[in-house]
Ligand binder design. Structure first.
Ligand SMILES: *Cc1c(COP(=O)(O)O)cnc(C)c1O
Length: 337
């Protein structure tokens, strides 16, 4: 099968598995797992941030950050299709007792001006605006990336209005490769950053939360409350460390694979629209002789898995386990439809 459903489907390769097998381990709840510690220190230094915390998932790193930054009754500003709002089970309300102010974005991106307009005045009627959450790349925006200039403007709005600034960087490395920015540039700007090791980077498990030492100390307490304290987690952390050291630059290959597939889709009459392809995600509209479901089934009959994300839209995600031969096969199939 050629599996384009998500970049989460990657399996660890031989070298990554070898690194995992050889990882020294200890009890991470006691802070004694040398591999987890090494991963956390490596990531923190990459971003020029004080500290990092290894967690089982990106949902947990996002939700911990929101919990640490807010008090119940506060308001969180984010884009309407944000993962933290749409795909984390209502966690902002469930875990942090906060409400959300949604801003409609441009393929998942919001602007400094929109955020400024959304901040509540200091008035007892209004919830206290406390946190801005960005997502880069934007999943529902089709892997779109922010311009770094806009992020700098948003930072300024946050500073001037005493707001915390969190980045859901599940696919931040895709954005860095696409835009030519560095982790350290991002580390300077955000109060907290979540990155996923198990998406495009290809590790089997885990995400990292980055911030100041004081923030991470609080985050570690919340991780325990959320049930995310793991013991000999070095076995999986070693996969993450391997991924950070080896699998970032190659993300450009995934991006050119996505562009090649999108270019072929563009030739087809049944494709009604394609979101701009900036990284490894293609979201496209389906009409005419296919519904999203029937086209996904047609792909399936030919050994290719894609996801219908609505009755009229399909998502394709390229990743580490997609080879150029597989892309060629996919392009040929699309041409024949
Ligand atoms: C995948 C993803 C996450 C985290 O998901 P987990 O499955 O909990 O690791 C967070 N944000 C975005 C944008 C994602 O795509």
């Amino acid at each position: 099968m050629i599996d384009y459903r998500s970049d989460t489907v990657t399996r660890p390769g031989a070298e990554m598995l070898e690194a995992m097998r050889n990882a020294p381990v200890g009890d991470d709840v006691f802070g004694e797992d040398p591999t987890v510690n090494q991963l956390q220190e490596y990531a923190a230094s990459m971003f020029g941030m004080e500290a990092a915390l290894y967690c089982p998932s990106g949902t947990m790193t996002n939700q911990i950050a929101i919990k640490v930054h807010t008090r119940p009754g506060d308001e969180v500003i984010c884009e309407s299709h944000s993962h933290i709002y749409v795909y984390e089970g209502g966690g902002i309300a469930f875990n942090s007792g906060c409400q959300v102010k949604l801003i409609p974005g441009d393929y998942g991106r919001i602007t400094a001006g929109q955020i400024l307009e959304s901040i509540n005045p200091d008035d007892v009627h209004k919830p206290r605006t406390r946190l801005v959450g960005l997502e880069n790349t934007s999943n529902r925006g089709g892997g779109s990336c922010y311009d770094f200039e806009e992020i700098l403007k948003i930072r300024k709005v946050c500073t001037e209005n005493n707001l915390k600034f969190h980045l859901d960087g599940a696919r931040l490395f895709n954005a860095l490769v696409a835009k030519g920015n560095t982790p350290a540039e991002y580390g300077k700007i955000f109060d907290s950053i979540s990155i996923c090791l198990s998406k495009g980077l290809g590790a089997p498990v885990g995400s990292l939360l980055l911030g100041t030492k004081e923030f991470i100390d609080q985050a570690r307490r919340i991780r325990k409350v959320f049930g995310g304290g793991m013991r000999q987690a070095g076995i999986i952390a070693a996969g993450g460390l391997y991924a950070l050291k080896n699998n970032i630059e190659r993300l450009g290959i995934d991006h050119s694979h996505a562009t090649a597939i999108a270019d072929t889709l563009r030739e087809k009459e049944f494709v009604t629209e394609i979101f701009p392809v900036e990284t490894n995600i293609i979201i496209f509209g389906v009409g005419g002789k296919y519904s999203a479901k029937s086209l996904a089934e047609e792909f399936g009959k030919n050994g290719i898995k894609v996801i219908a994300i609505s009755p009229t839209r399909i998502r394709i995600v390229t990743h580490l386990d997609i080879s150029s031969e597989m892309v060629e096969k996919t392009v040929n199939l699309i041409r024949s439809l």
